[in-house]
Design a protein. Structure first.
Length: 74
């Protein structure tokens, strides 16, 4: 199982969203923005980061499984 392209897509999407959020926060300074940041942006960003870490762990685990299960001709 390969996770590279999915991880890359999620990582890219998170970076694009972060750049856009940073741009918006320069001019959006009311209480609604702070509420949106707390209830929507932060959970999304944290969830994406946790998902990327989980994908990295799964990638490592699957690599180790492949290495351990390979047929050795020696």
């Amino acid at each position: 199982m390969r996770f590279g392209s999915s991880r890359s897509q999620l990582y890219d999407a998170q970076k694009v969203a972060q750049a856009q959020w940073d741009e918006v926060t320069q001019w959006w300074q009311d209480s609604t923005r702070h509420e949106h940041e707390e209830k929507v942006w932060q959970p999304f960003d944290e969830g994406a980061t946790k998902t990327l870490r989980a994908i990295d762990q799964l990638t490592s685990l699957f690599h180790e499984v492949r290495v351990q299960c390979e047929f050795n001709n020696e």
